[in-house]
Each structure stands twice: as C-alpha cells, then as structure tokens.
Design a protein around this ligand. Structure first.
Ligand code: ZN
Length: 387
C-alpha cells in the first residue's frame, strides 16, 4: 500500500489530515483525522506509519510513502511486525519504504487518552502531569454518532476543566475504511491510539495509553506493554501506563465521588447498537463493573449506572467469552468471598461454568453434522445471556 498524498486542510473549528492510500490489490481511499483549532496535526509520516502497520501486516502488503518518518519509529515498526508475527502467525512481516525525518524540535507536554472509563480515569488521576486529555470519536464511538458524542464531549470537557486540564477531541473515519480489516481488539486499537498520539508529536513528549490488563493477566492484544512503546519516536514517548488489575483500578476510583458519578464503560449503548454516552447496564462489561462497584458499596454513587437494574440472580446469565475473561471473574469472585458475599461468588461460579459449556458447544457446532447445536441448542442457552 502506498500513501500517494497527504492533505492537511483547515475545516470549521479545526484541521483535517487526510491521507490518500492506494492498495496493492487495487482501489484507493482517504483515511482522515480531524484535530481541534490550535492543534494542527503533524505532517510527517509518523502517524500514518503507526496507523497502517497493522493493516499492512494483515493484508500482507508493504508500506510505501514519501512522507518522512522517524528513525526510532522505523526501528520500532520492524520489531512490531516481528512481535505480531510471533503472536499471530497469519500476519506478515512486510517491507517499509519511507525517507528518514531529520530530528524535529523537542516538545514538552504530557497527554493521556481519556474516555471516563475505568482504565483512563485511573490513569489521569494517577498522572496529574498529563495536562492534555485526548478523546477520539470514530474508535469505540462511531464517527456518525454525532449527537451522543456531543453529550459525551460536553461531559468530558467539564471533567477535564474541573481538573484544570485541556480536553482535546479528535474525529476519524478509519473504522469506516479498509483499515477495519485489521482486527481491532487483538491488533489494531493500540496502533490507532499511537497514530492519534503522533498526530500531536509537535506538542507532546509523552503520551499515555491506559493499560487494559494487570501485569499477571497479559496476553497478545492490540495494546500491550511490549508493543505500545515501540511506536515511540525520537521526541515523543508512547507509554503503556498502569499494569494494575481492573479490580484494583475500580477500588482506587471508588475514593473519588466525581469518578464514580461520571464512570462510563459500556460499548453497547442504550439501543444495543454501539457506544453512546450511557451505560446500558445489560451487557457483560456493564454487569462485570457493576458487581465490583456493588461489592465496594459504590454502585449507588454511580449516576450513569442504574442500580435498579442490578440483580444478583442475573449474574449467572453473564456469558464469559474466554479463558482470559475467566481470569477477570476469578478475581472478582475472590473479592466477593473476602467481602462476605457468598451469594455473588456462587452466581459468578455458575456463570463461568455455564459459559464453559456454551463455549465447548460453540466449538463442537463447527464440526460437520453437528449444525443442530447451532440451530436448536445454543439459541436456547444464550436466550437470556448478558453478552
Ligand atoms: Zn453495557
């Protein structure tokens, strides 16, 4: 794939950087990011190299561009491709052809991504030196969800200014382009965050990517303490921040009434069709978070969760999608026993047991002749599941 042009233009209330990408197999399209007024995006090749890397590895196409890239990032990109190939053998180590950038001036600001979820709230409260909080429309929240994003934006701006920080909002269409062929969770969301960080490489010497997992829960994933720093350049460090467990993070946040009031974790949204500015209180992630908050006696204080919808007997309906997620639930179960809530611990054990059976049946249903499992058995088992 080749970046055949980069246009940085002024738009209403900001700037747009649009890269025209031509694919080796044919076809061209624009991938764009919009940044706010006062923050024109970098015109180097660095954000685009970070962005295209997971797609190039997925499509098995080399990357070629005339935009200059940083030597440190270029070396990091080579190592990223080798790491990803080791994690996911279907991906390819592809060549990168781009001229080297001469060293730019050293910026000094520190930024963090912020969505008011558990990981990013924890990060900004523990790292008050992060003066700039970046939120992207077009990653978890669709680029078309303008009304929901306007409400989200209003809330996040208010939180940032109450801490004396600057909120920076970015929009992008990348998940509406071929770029979405790179697997978002397993591979591409870390590179997308790094690419966004590097759009601001002229302003920030350090950008924090809030960690998703604890040190003892690590596995190959789109954002990871080994891969994220490899997106650093000579002048901007990309930092994977805070290898604490989700339980530890929520415990920490429970000391901050404002964080409880504003906590927003849901990807499903009100109508179940995608993230908006609400917590649906019916999905696995909402429920998992609500259990921990309930054990801490903090659920009532969370304005964006509806405590009325929390029912201990529904915990058994949670579908635990993988062995990795079982680890999260094992931790919460241990905490429930510590808090003398054997009822919650029992329900979690039931959910984990049921989910194992369902996952086994899902695997079996892929075998020839066992399609009936898919048609008759799984729909019944999953009818009330919280997914
Ligand atoms: Zn939800």
């Amino acid at each position: 794939m080749e970046i055949i042009s980069l246009a940085v233009t002024k738009i209403e209330n900001g700037h747009r950087a649009a890269a025209r990408v031509a694919y080796a197999g044919g076809g061209e399209e624009d991938l764009w990011f919009e940044t706010p007024a006062g923050y024109p995006p970098s015109s180097s090749g660095n954000p685009w190299l970070a962005l295209l890397l997971p797609l190039a590895a997925t499509l098995r196409e080399g990357i070629s561009m005339k935009l200059p890239v940083d030597i440190e990032l270029l070396r990091g990109a080579e190592n990223l491709l080798l790491l990803w190939k080791h994690w996911y053998p279907n991906l390819a180590v592809v060549p990168i052809d781009a001229p080297l950038q001469s060293r730019p001036a050293q910026p000094s600001g520190v930024a963090s991504f912020f969505s008011a979820g558990v990981d990013s709230y924890f990060t900004v409260l523990r790292r008050p030196d992060a003066q700039y909080w970046i939120t992207v429309q077009g990653f978890d929240m669709p680029v078309t969800a303008n009304e929901a994003f306007a409400r989200h934006r209003e809330r996040l701006s208010r939180i940032a200014s109450s801490h004396g920080k600057t909120a920076i909002f970015v929009r992008t269409n990348i998940r509406q382009t071929r770029w979405k062929e790179a697997h978002w969770e397993a591979l591409a969301f870390g590179p997308a965050l790094a690419a966004t960080a590097l759009l601001f490489e002229n302003y920030f010497s350090e950008v924090l990517l809030p960690a998703s997992c604890a040190a003892d829960q690590l596995f190959p994933w789109g954002s990871h303490p080994v891969s994220d720093p490899l997106f650093s350049t000579t002048t901007t460090r990309i930092v994977h921040e805070g290898l604490y467990s989700r339980l530890d993070k929520i415990r920490f946040l429970a000391q901050y009434p404002e964080a409880l009031r504003e906590l927003h974790v849901c990807f499903r949204g009100r109508d179940g069709r995608g993230q908006d500015d609400s917590n649906c209180c019916r999905c696995e992630k909402c429920y998992r978070t609500m259990i921990t908050l309930e054990l801490l006696g903090a659920l009532e204080a969370c304005s964006l969760f509806d405590r009325e919808q929390f029912d201990v007997r529904r915990i058994r309906d949670i579908f635990v999608t993988s062995d990795i997620d079982e680890g999260f639930f094992a931790e919460i179960r241990g905490f429930a026993l510590q808090k003398n809530r054997p009822d919650i611990a029992r329900e979690i054990a039931t959910a984990v047991g049921r989910s194992r059976i369902i996952r086994r049946l899902q695997r079996l249903s892929r075998l020839r002749g066992l399609w009936r499992i898919n048609t008759y058995v799984l729909p019944r088992l999953m009818r009330n599941a919280l997914t």
